[in-house]
Design a protein around this ligand. Structure first.
Ligand code: G6P
Length: 607
């Protein structure tokens, strides 16, 4: 996700801003820029591309950019493709801002400002904040910022400079991280600690709605009512590598823990009047209701997200959904054409097989919808419509948070489809949407209690083979759990439809072949429990993943992972977390390179 930096002090800030931005590269970005108080005004230089491209542009076109106070940004596109004009900072000669997060009501603000004569250059949500600040600015930055904060909704960390107040940076945050670093006669803002480590280890953690004022090298922090706060100064004791991982041992664990935020960021901008709304992507309820068949085509984890999508869409909206592995779909002469919708799911947006499947679908006359994480990627550009997931960059090869946001999008599509096809009432659509909105909090609770998963991992670590079983939605989750374990622990594992076990595979069950039974669906619980008992009766060890309110006897399982309850249909949003954690801790215990498992690539751009 985007990275923010800022510097006020006595040194040449251009170099410091560029250096700090380079320490945030791990967050992923597609463009970069800085704005500096220089020669009595604010001067900006920004470009699509890497920090090296920004350096080159500064050297060739903006060599007069020098001063001792400025802000900088690395952009990871969400609203509007990666381009020079969409890059940050945004603003004018009077006010300049950098932003990390998503302004959910930006369209409303944009319409308000256009009516008042403002002309917009970029497609970003951030430019609306810059122009709203300009609209309210009356010489008092603090008051102006407070007015703007009262109107914007969503998540943000903002760094703001005003031409009238050189050598001063204002910073605020809500639901996006920001720290304020303090050195000797110098102060910094940054999205994360690595950006400032070279200059200082001392920093304040800016909390929700606090406003920091960095003036002449000193930092003061106020609450939202303007009262000066006494804050605890923290000291970073991490090395650079640990700092980039936010203190987590691996990117995978960091990304697992980022899931509640990623889900929030993905769903909240798409909820209008309490129900899902995808009109920004050109997907109206009427259009959705008219499709004859739906196909989901993807690879790996993204394909597993499609399996959850199939189940939920068919169950709620009563429209057939076929899920295909992209490398099979493209060579099986699929029966698709006009009136069909093909949904391509991809974290990277660059997977070769998925891209070719998309092109084939278009040639056959089907409408194509991409659910993609990386803005401006090939699949996003090629598809007729795009729903971007806002998971932020996923660095670990094993996909975790991308899966969660993909299934969140499928839930929203299913609710809207079901409502538009009159399969559920408006009230039910609102109720389901509200349940989805409650997921991040519940997921947060699960992630705090990772001890059980650590223990389960310790029971699996010496196994060479493993089975995952489940029925219905739990079967789809078993597949993802099994894939995660295989990818990073190198333990051979298979997922099986629980009812199919007795038709052959049960012959493999011995005490050295643990079975993970996923049984979160009340209507299928007893059936899966019977299959678990069959395993136990043959000396197998069973670990059951289920809702915490279900009773599980010793004859069913050796260990139970209990999950908080929500509607059965939405349980996959929670069930995936322990499966990811079991895979993660097993891999750690086996001493593997968790983030870069052998033989695997994050983005597979070859067939
Ligand atoms: C590779 C990755 C998987 C990923 C799959 C699809 O195999 O290792 O983690 O699920 O590609 O990638 P995509 O970017 O299209 O989601």
């Amino acid at each position: 996700m985007c990275g923010i930096v800022g510097y006020v002090g006595k040194r040449d800030c251009t170099q410091i801003l560029l250096d700090s931005l380079s320490k945030l590269e791990y967050r992923g970005y597609d463009s970069a820029g800085i704005a500096v108080f220089s020669g009595g005004g604010i001067k900006t230089c920004k470009t699509m591309g890497r920090i090296a491209d920004l350096k080159e542009k500064i050297n060739s076109e903006c060599s007069d950019l020098c001063g001792s106070c400025g802000i900088g940004h690395t952009r990871w596109a969400t609203h509007g493709e990666p381009s020079d004009v969409n890059s940050h900072p945004h603003g004018n000669a009077e006010i300049s801002i950098v932003h990390n997060g998503i302004i959910e009501n930006y369209q409303k603000i944009k319409d308000f400002l256009i009516k008042r004569g403002y002309v917009f250059e970029s497609q970003t949500d951030t430019e609306t904040v810059a122009k709203l600040l300009d609209h309210y600015y009356d010489g008092d930055p603090m008051e102006t910022i407070r007015k703007v904060l009262g109107e914007i909704e969503g998540s943000y960390a903002l760094g703001i400079i005003f031409k009238d107040f050189p050598d001063r940076i204002y910073a605020v945050r809500k639901d996006s991280p920001l720290i304020v670093g303090v050195g000797e006669d110098e102060a910094f803002i940054a999205s994360d600690v690595p950006a400032i480590l070279k200059y200082t280890r001392d920093y304040y953690l800016l909390e929700q709605d606090e406003i920091a004022v960095l003036d002449n090298g000193k930092a003061q922090i106020y609450d939202k009512h303007g009262a000066l706060l006494e804050k605890e100064l923290k000291t970073a004791d991490w090395d650079m590598e640990a700092a980039e991982k936010g203190g987590y041992e691996h990117f995978m664990l960091k990304e697992i823990n980022e899931q509640p935020d990623a889900i929030r960021q993905t769903i909240s901008p798409r909820i209008s009047d309490g129900i899902p709304c995808f009109e920004e992507c050109g997907l109206t309820a009427e259009k959705l209701a008219a499709y004859r068949n739906i196909f989901v085509v993807a690879c790996g984890t993204a394909m597993h997200a499609g399996l959850v999508g199939k189940y939920v869409i068919e169950k709620l909206a009563r429209i057939p959904v076929t899920v295909d592995v992209a490398s099979e779909f493209r060579y099986r002469d699929p029966i698709i054409g006009e009136g069909d919708l093909v949904i391509i799911v991809s974290q990277s947006g660059e997977t070769a097989d998925s891209l070719e499947a998309l092109k084939l679908s278009k040639r056959r006359g089907a409408q194509t919808l991409a659910i993609v994480n990386v803005v401006g990627s090939s699949i996003a550009r090629e598809a007729d419509m795009v729903i971007y997931t806002h998971a932020g960059p996923e660095i670990s090869v094993a996909s975790t948070k991308a899966y969660s946001v993909q299934i969140a999008v499928f839930y929203m599509l299913a609710f809207l489809l079901a409502y538009s096809r009159k399969q559920i009432s408006l009230e039910e659509c609102k109720r389901l949407t509200a349940v989805l909105e409650s997921v991040p909090e519940k997921l947060g609770e699960i992630l705090k209690s990772e001890k059980t998963c650590q223990f389960v991992a310790s029971q699996l670590v010496n196994s060479e083979n493993l089975l995952y079983i489940g029925r219905g939605l739990d079967y789809a989750l078993s597949m993802e759990g099994s894939l995660k374990l295989k990818e990073i622990s190198y333990i051979h594992s298979e997922s099986y439809a629980a009812g199919e076990l007795k038709h052959g595979t049960i012959s493999l069950v011995t005490e050295s072949m643990p079975v993970i039974a996923v049984a979160t669906q009340h209507d299928l619980f007893e059936k899966t429990v019977s299959n678990a008992k069959e395993v136990k009766a043959r000396g197998g060890k069973v670990i059951i993943v289920t809702q915490e309110d279900t009773e599980v006897g010793d004859d069913v399982a050796d260990h139970k992972i209990g999950l908080p309850s929500i509607d059965d249909l939405l349980m996959p949003m929670l069930t995936v977390a322990p499966l990811q954690l079991i895979a993660y801790y097993t891999s750690v215990l086996r001493g593997n390179d968790v983030d870069k498992p052998r033989n695997l690539a994050k983005s597979v751009t070859v067939e």
